[in-house]
Design a binder for this molecule. Structure first.
Ligand SMILES: C[S@@+](CC[C@H](N)C(=O)[O-])C[C@H]1O[C@@H](n2cnc3c(N)ncnc32)[C@H](O)[C@@H]1O
Length: 204
């Protein structure tokens, strides 16, 4: 790489705002939106894009959900859980209830996120059996990213489409047609199809 290119990249990095810097520190990803913030250097973004596909939902969540206060997360992990608990990126979060089916995975995530605002609930699938005892309108954001098989997740999305009233629901891997079909009960949808896996927000 030429010295001139290196200099331009360095200049761009210094132009990233504090939320962008936090995002990059958390994920190691430099994504288009944050590069765009550096204005005239945006043309170099594609060349140095280092996007982890498993983190494709992160930027969407920051952009559209950062004012969330009470979050229901279906499927915990190393990306969304610490993201919601990050006080710079999600400054208003008071509670994250995370529903998880894998005890070992839940223990790891809990150990990595010692935060009194995190409540991890381990239940076996289907999660609808747990959701039926919850008041979904207590949550302003419901993030759907659980289950190893798409049919199970699609059933949860169908349940949410029938029962959610006020919450915004964000669904990861939305390129999956089963999830799109399952979410048809939501009249509104906002899809980020730029990154794969896709992320969408649905609401009534
Ligand atoms: C896509 S992951 C959830 C990711 C999480 N929402 C995040 O953004 O970090 C879906 C499920 O895979 C299971 N899982 C088990 N071991 C895992 C691992 N090593 N990495 C990721 N997911 C794992 C968990 O049950 C988890 O809920």
């Amino acid at each position: 790489m030429s010295q001139r290119k290196l200099r331009i990249i360095f200049t761009s990095i210094t132009c990233v705002d504090s939320a962008g810097a936090e995002f990059i520190a958390m994920t190691g990803c430099v994504t288009k939106t944050y590069w765009r913030r550096s204005g005239k250097h945006s043309n170099i973004s594609a060349r140095i894009l280092m996007s982890d596909p498993y983190a494709s939902h992160m930027e969407f969540l920051i952009k559209h959900c950062s004012r969330a206060q009470v979050i229901l997360e279906l499927g915990c992990g190393k990306y969304s859980t610490p993201l919601f608990l990050n006080q710079k990126l999600f400054p208003e979060v008071r509670l994250v209830v995370s529903v998880e089916s894998d005890q070992e995975w839940a223990d790891k995530v809990m150990a990595a996120n010692p935060d009194p605002r995190l409540e991890l609930v381990v239940v076996s699938e289907p999660f609808e059996d747990k959701l039926v005892n919850m008041n979904l309108s207590d949550y302003d954001l419901i993030f759907v990213d659980h289950a190893t098989d798409p049919v199970t997740r699609a059933r949860t999305i169908e349940y949410l489409a029938r029962n959610v009233t006020t919450s915004r629901v964000v669904i990861h891997d939305y390129e999956n047609q089963e999830y799109r079909d399952a979410a048809k009960g939501f009249p509104h949808v906002l899809i980020d199809g730029f990154r794969t896996p896709h992320t969408a927000m649905v609401w009534k």
